[in-house]
Design a protein around this ligand. Structure first.
Ligand code: HEM
Length: 259
């Protein structure tokens, strides 16, 4: 079992890098570079370049998810001590919740307007995320490590669903239009761009949530009067810090140019 667990962990990291590496390439390199191409160059370069990158991107997302679910099974549900000393029966139920929350997130992103990075959408998403974290902390009573991995899963599963349900279908239509010499549907361009941008923002705190087990002090340190609620509060501090760092990366990417 330990061999399978370690293989899953190794593959999880490999596929995670494959996925998030391409996500950063799209957002911090390709977006700026393609904007500089002349129309006839776009028609020949994009249908050759994007499908290759999107292949590694979407299958990286799928296998990161699959190996991540295996790790939840091995490290938490077959090793219940990692759920925390006070974990209740609800701990078994909360881990696939983000799949359902995604459909609410998707409705909010469409109905509220401005995509998932608009202020109203972010506010509703914060409420959804806070509700899920409250369920994990107060009802399932997960310990710090398990709470943080559930925060990471909420972001990771939302990101994986964005890739397969929104970004990839929209990109297929966009690339086909460009290859045929037509202007892509602007609604598809806006949809793929907004979800990709939101994924980039979520990926930064996600990294900390995922490997937080190795920085125990960070989430388990009791902060004053917060006591055993500290891991919950630190989840939100980390999300805010992560969004801030992602914003810095976008700013830098916007300043870069070719020779
Ligand atoms: C798609 C949804 C994802 C799920 C369901 C998931 C689930 C998990 C689980 C259950 C663990 C084990 C944590 C533990 O043993 O305490 C883990 C670890 C980890 N995950 Fe994810 N994960 C996902 C996405 C990602 C992504 C996108 C990355 C980015 C590279 C990533 C990077 C990591 C890292 C670095 C670790 C720590 C491995 C270690 O320290 O041994 N995960 N993940």
């Amino acid at each position: 079992m330990s061999l399978v667990e370690n293989l899953s962990r190794w593959m999880h990291l490999l596929f995670g890098i494959l996925w998030i590496g391409h996500l950063y390439y799209f957002n911090f390199v390709q977006a700026g570079f393609e904007g500089k191409l002349a129309a006839d160059m776009k028609k020949s370069v994009i249908p050759e370049n994007r499908p290759r990158a999107l292949f590694w991107f979407r299958w990286g997302a799928m296998w990161t998810f699959v190996t991540g679910i295996l790790l939840v099974g091995f490290n938490y549900h077959m090793n219940r001590a990692n759920l925390g000393p006070d974990a209740t029966g609800m701990a078994m139920g909360v881990f696939l919740f983000p799949l359902f929350i995604y459909f609410l997130y998707d409705i909010v992103a469409k109905k509220v307007g401005g995509g998932p990075m608009s202020m109203p959408s972010l506010a509703v998403n914060l409420v959804l995320f806070a509700g899920y974290m409250a369920l994990c902390h107060f009802a399932a009573k997960l310990g710090g490590r398990a709470l943080w991995i559930h925060a990471g899963m909420a972001f990771g599963i939302t990101m994986m669903m964005n890739v397969w349900m929104r970004i990839w279908p929209a990109q297929r239509r966009i690339i086909t239009a460009i290859k045929e010499g037509n202007a892509p549907d602007q609604a598809d361009v806006a949809l793929a761009g907004a979800r990709s941008r939101h994924n980039t923002y979520m990926s930064v705190p996600l990294l900390m949530y995922m490997f937080a087990q190795h920085s125990d002090g960070f989430y388990n340190a009791a902060i004053g009067a917060l006591g055993n609620h500290s891991p919950l509060v630190m989840v939100f501090v980390t999300a805010a810090l992560g969004f801030f760092f992602a914003n810095l990366l976008y700013k830098k990417a916007g300043q870069l140019s070719g020779f």
